[in-house]
Design a protein around this ligand. Sequence first.
Ligand SMILES: [Zn+2]
Length: 150
Amino acid sequence: MISADDALNKPLPAPDADSAAFWAGLREGRLLLQHCLACAHVQYYQQGICRQCGSERLEHRAASGRGRVHSYSVVHRAPGPAFRGDTPYAVLLVELEEGPRMISSLVDGDPGAVHFDMAVELVCERVNDEVTLPRFRAVAAAPGVSGSGG
Ligand SMILES: [Zn+2]
């Protein structure tokens, strides 16, 4: 049962042995994907084996952080008190440049401006010492913009 106090805190992922490297990567600002050395399959969800071929020869590599909005939903009604200050916000299904799709949410932007196939880039949002969440923001579409100022 959820107490009133708990309801005010957002649920956070709990890193376990399988995902420890993934969460450590995010703390360093890197989104790690598992690359299968046997069949070249790339997977986002951390597992002991390749979902494609069953090989255990998996290697972590940092994603480029670039992706596109494959699908999205704008949330207007908070799922709980902890999210009340956030609405409206956009939940994104992002297709990463490397192939895998992941559910995340938009930061630094107008949820109403999200559209299919919108270019997005990774933002590592630190929540606490343990957890840094992978989120995404829109990439400026204008050509010739030098966005990497630092
Ligand atoms: Zn494989």
